[in-house]
Design a protein around this ligand. Sequence first.
Ligand SMILES: Cc1cc2nc3c(=O)[nH]c(=O)nc-3n(C[C@H](O)[C@H](O)[C@H](O)COP(=O)(O)O)c2cc1C
Length: 176
Amino acid sequence: MVLEYLVLYQSESGNTKKLAATIFSHLPGNSKDLIDITTNKTIPEARIYFIGFGVRCGTCSMTVSDFLNDLSGKCIALFGTCGMGDSPEYYSAIAQSASAWIESDNAYLGAFICQGKMPQKVRQKYEAMRTAENSAQMDMCIRNFDEALTHPDSLDFEHAKVFVNKILKKIEAEEY
Ligand SMILES: Cc1cc2nc3c(=O)[nH]c(=O)nc-3n(C[C@H](O)[C@H](O)[C@H](O)COP(=O)(O)O)c2cc1C
């Protein structure tokens, strides 16, 4: 049986998992599933995929890129969380690099990226790296780290729902 929607995600510290759960619960009907891509659970086939990842080195992991690359004839939307906050340019660069794995016989519908909290050791690294010469830059990194601590937050979840609505409208309008 082919599902209508499949929400797949990779999430090491749980940020993207929260986004995935929000997206999943916002999808209509019962023909849907929510699966952690790194578990050994068999992944069912679907018509529409929402595929999420925690950003690593500016993009998705190979587990996610391999999965994306294997899809054919599907509707695909991406979502993710990253440490960097409030940077549409960075978010679109992430979306671009991850979506590059999607073959052209699929319909790529867009991506939603928001900020997600980072491990405490990242802040400790910034503090250790801070010198008189780089203090302005490091202080900015530390401010961004502190900002990230509450994300993804309720507003991010609302934005994710708006994203889902947009994707559903697109699918309807384009008659995929
Ligand atoms: C090894 C590692 C690499 C990361 N690389 C980036 C990065 O390149 N850009 C960024 O903005 N955040 C980066 N982050 C922060 C994570 O993307 C962010 O905390 C994300 O919300 C984690 O999602 P998850 O909990 O779903 O795994 C990195 C975190 C780790 C642990």
